[in-house]
Every structure is written in structure tokens, then in C-alpha cells.
Design a protein around this ligand. Structure first.
Ligand code: THU
Length: 130
């Protein structure tokens, strides 16, 4: 199961648009509908306007009707383990549960798996909004 997610993240990474950082990243989500949604980082020349692989994958999930993240895999070509950035932790948490696993991968497969609440302890949440 996690192997399939790793392969989707690795294949997505090959489709990144990262001409500025030259730092390809791929992510893949298994959603509550059983489907896998993958994405890569996409950069623009106005540097802050680019976005992360995890964000692309979340966008694909939401647009296809997926509601919840069951499992995530992340891979970066140039890092042994690429942990999602702070903003992506918050975005992933929005659609995850505390025990949702985030698999950190290298080119051989999953190397480490963290729970969402390990990756983002004390993340922002409130019942006052929404
Ligand atoms: N990046 C991701 O896609 N995901 C992360 O979790 C960390 C960083 C991307 C953003 C940018 O395109 C490149 O990696 C260098 O920061």
C-alpha cells in the first residue's frame, strides 16, 4: 500500500516545474475515496508565488471530490528525507486525522513514517471559525 503511494510521489516528482530551485519534490495522497492524488512543486519566476508538491496533490484531491487524507508520501530528489514545510503541514492537517501517516521517502521507498500530530503538534485549529 505505502509502496504504491511512494511510486506515485516519485513519478509525480518527475513532472515538477522547478527551474529556479532545481529541487524536485513529489507528493502523493491516498484519499478516503480510495484514489491516489499526486503532485509536484511548481515554481514561478516571482519566487514566492510558487507552491509545494503537497499543495498540488491536495488541490487534485479536492477538485476530484476526495474529502479526507488517509496517507501521504513525500519525496525530494536531493534529500534523504524531505519533511513537509510548515505551510504544507497546516494544509495537510486540514484534511487529515491525528493518526494519518506521512511517509517520508527516498529513491528506494519509504524510509520513515510520522503521524500527522507528530509532524504538526499544536497546529492551529479552532471551533470559533466555521
Ligand atoms: N518544496 C515542496 O514542494 N515541498 C516541501 O515540503 C518543501 C519544499 C518545494 C518548494 C520549492 O519549489 C522547492 O521545494 C525548494 O524549496
Amino acid at each position: 500500500m505505502a509502496r504504491e503511494l511512494f511510486e506515485a510521489a516519485r513519478d509525480a516528482m518527475a513532472r515538477c516545474h522547478a527551474p529556479y530551485s532545481k529541487f524536485p519534490v513529489g507528493a502523493a495522497i491516498r484519499a478516503d475515496d480510495g484514489a491516489i492524488y499526486a503532485g509536484a512543486n511548481i515554481e514561478v519566476i516571482a519566487f514566492p508565488e510558487g507552491w509545494c508538491a503537497e499543495t498540488t496533490a491536495i488541490g487534485h484531491m479536492v477538485m476530484a471530490g476526495g474529502k479526507r487524507i488517509r496517507e501521504v508520501a513525500v519525496i525530494a530528489e536531493k534529500l534523504d528525507l524531505c519533511t513537509p514545510c510548515g505551510g504544507c503541514r497546516q494544509r495537510l492537517a486540514e484534511f487529515s486525522d491525528a493518526d494519518t501517516l506521512v511517509h517520508l521517502c527516498d529513491s528506494n521507498g519509504v524510509q520513515k513514517s510520522l503521524r500527522m500530530d507528530e509532524l504538526l503538534p499544536f497546529g492551529f485549529t479552532t471551533e470559533v471559525i466555521g
